[in-house]
Design a protein around this ligand. Structure first.
Ligand SMILES: Nc1ncnc2c1ncn2[C@@H]1O[C@H](COP(=O)(O)OP(=O)(O)OP(=O)(O)O)[C@@H](O)[C@H]1O
Ligand SMILES: [Mg+2]
Length: 237
């Protein structure tokens, strides 16, 4: 087994005095997709935000390929190769699709940027057709593609996806699953939060369940052979 790309140990995160993560520990291996499951408010988004630096952990360790990133500001963590597509997508609605995409590659040179932009348009032909359109005029699914495309513009080693299927049609969920399959085949590692269990189990290699700020369950998706009932009970009951 290769060393994990991301190693989280005894992570504590709280807002004010309210503890949310209380000693969460887990690994993400290179090239895999790990899905975080858990009830609403169980701390899934908080976990991703702690990894990308949007919130600062109270204690514990977040190691990316041997580098301690806990406590670093978001731009430094981004520079180490971690990009997040947040639950709210955080796009600039009045900017064009192309300008939103370009913002993801601010750190990279013009030539590399142009190459990556054509790569994104090859992945998402719908965005190429709409590249001059204001982002707010796109459908929800198209906006999610812009958000994913923008994160990919930075060529991340680790991509964090917070509920990529949120509010989208089953057809779009399948498209997301295909995007994830392709990224995995290209060696991108993914840490995803997903409430849609069909997508979660279709796209992920492994899953973990968060409850009361700790990891209470987890396993290999293929080994479950489609038997998800016990997991569902563990998440929601
Ligand atoms: N910035 C914040 N300030 C105060 N409390 C917060 C903040 N962000 C999140 N919380 C609280 O922390 C808890 C965990 O929130 P989080 O967003 O991590 O949950 P989640 O598992 O992603 O839920 P959901 O499935 O609804 O997206 C919630 O009770 C939430 O109200
Ligand atoms: Mg959330």
């Amino acid at each position: 087994m290769p060393e994990p790309l991301l190693k989280i140990r005894d992570l504590h995160v709280g807002y004010g005095k309210k503890p949310i993560l209380r000693g969460a520990s887990y690994d993400v291996h290179p090239g895999e997709c790990l899905t975080l499951l858990g009830a609403n408010g169980s701390g899934k988004s908080t976990s991703l935000n702690a990894v990308c630096g949007f919130v600062t952990p109270t204690s514990g360790s977040v190691m990316l390929d041997g580098i301690e990133t806990a406590g670093l500001p978001p731009h430094k963590i981004f520079a180490h190769g971690i990009a997040q597509v947040s639950q709210a997508r955080d796009l600039f609605p009045d900017l064009s699709v192309e300008d939103n995409l370009r913002l993801g590659a601010m750190r990279r040179g013009g030539k590399q940027q142009a190459q990556t932009l054509s790569d994104i348009y090859e992945r998402f032909p719908r965005l190429k057709e709409r590249r001059r359109q204001a982002t707010r005029t796109l459908s929800g699914g198209e906006q999610q593609m812009v958000a994913i495309g923008r994160a990919l513009m930075s060529r991340p080693r680790l991509l964090l996806l917070d509920e990529p299927s949120g509010g989208l049609s089953p057809q779009f969920c399948e498209e997301i699953a295909q995007i994830i399959d392709r990224l995995k085949s290209e060696g991108v590692t993914l840490l995803m939060v997903e409430q849609n269990l069909n997508l979660a189990f279709r796209a992920a290699d492994r899953f973990i369940v968060l409850r009361d700020g700790q990891v209470v369950d987890g396993g290999d998706v293929r080994a479950m052979a489609g038997d998800h009932d016990a997991i569902v009970r563990n998440i929601y009951l």
